[in-house]
Design a binder for this molecule. Structure first.
Ligand code: GLN
Length: 241
């Protein structure tokens, strides 16, 4: 299972959650605290995207060995999303298979898998047109979910609704799927929990969502399973899916 996080608030260096925090994303790549479904480490890729932009950087391989990313992580941002990847068996290891997936407005990450891929995803794929399919980032479940989402988000529908609907739709076809999503447009953070953890920390003027708490701050709260969360620094709304 991948690990991901997103931050929204006053501008801070990306390096904090990526490298400097006691349980940073870098640490979660080789010593995650809460892996499920057979994964042990997150060494197949990593990525970060930040606003304004979004600007996005992603690579296959191990996060800790990328000196370029350490330099980039000096950038300060008011909103960013980052992830480390443990590729689902049978899925390609490549830059373009790593989160965040992005368009001009959104950054997206998926922790989990569509159970029974690719057969159980045929119905979802049929909601797309040929161009959507030909421009998918990679032949993976996460890239397909993003291709569907970017289309639905472009209609202006509420992102928490779009994510919750997509979770319901996927588990109808593939009930054992794991669907922890993270999404931001730089103005709000939206996430889902579906058989894996997600935590929230409201601190000062900022809010962070993360697969695992980044430090031992007692204010980290766990989002219950099967919920959708919409967060801005002042308010965190959590609803059942
Ligand atoms: N299924 C996705 C992939 O292979 C995400 C994997 C995960 O959460 N570990 O990229």
């Amino acid at each position: 299972m991948c690990r991901h996080l997103a931050y929204l608030g006053p501008a801070v260096p990306l390096a904090g959650p990526l490298f400097d925090a006691p349980h940073s994303l870098e640490r979660q790549s080789y010593a995650p605290g809460d892996m499920r479904a057979g994964g042990t480490v997150n060494v197949d890729g990593y990525g970060v995207g930040w606003f304004p932009g979004p600007v996005r950087y992603r690579r296959a391989g191990t996060l800790w060995s990328d000196a370029n990313l350490r330099q980039l992580a000096g950038a300060r941002s008011t909103a960013f999303l980052a992830a480390v990847r443990s590729a689902t068996a049978g899925m390609p290891v490549a830059d373009a298979a790593c989160a965040p997936f992005a368009d001009d407005t959104w950054l997206f990450s998926h922790n989990g898998r569509i159970d029974g891929w690719p057969h159980t995803a045929a119905g979802l794929a049929k909601t797309l047109d040929v161009t959507d399919l030909l421009t998918m980032d990679a032949p993976t479940d996460s890239a397909l979910l993003w291709a569907v989402l970017r289309r639905r988000l472009a209609t202006g529908a509420r992102p928490e609704q779009v994510l919750a609907d997509l979770v319901r739709e996927v588990v109808e076809e593939a009930p054992k799927s794991r669907l922890n999503f993270l999404l931001t447009n730089g103005k709000a953070l939206v996430g889902t929990t579906w058989t894996h953890a997600l935590w929230v920390l409201q601190k000062g003027e900022g809010v962070t969502l993360a697969s695992e708490p980044l430090d031992d701050d007692p204010d980290w709260r766990e989002i219950p399973d099967r919920h959708v969360v919409a967060a801005v620094p002042s308010t965190v709304e959590v609803r059942p899916i």
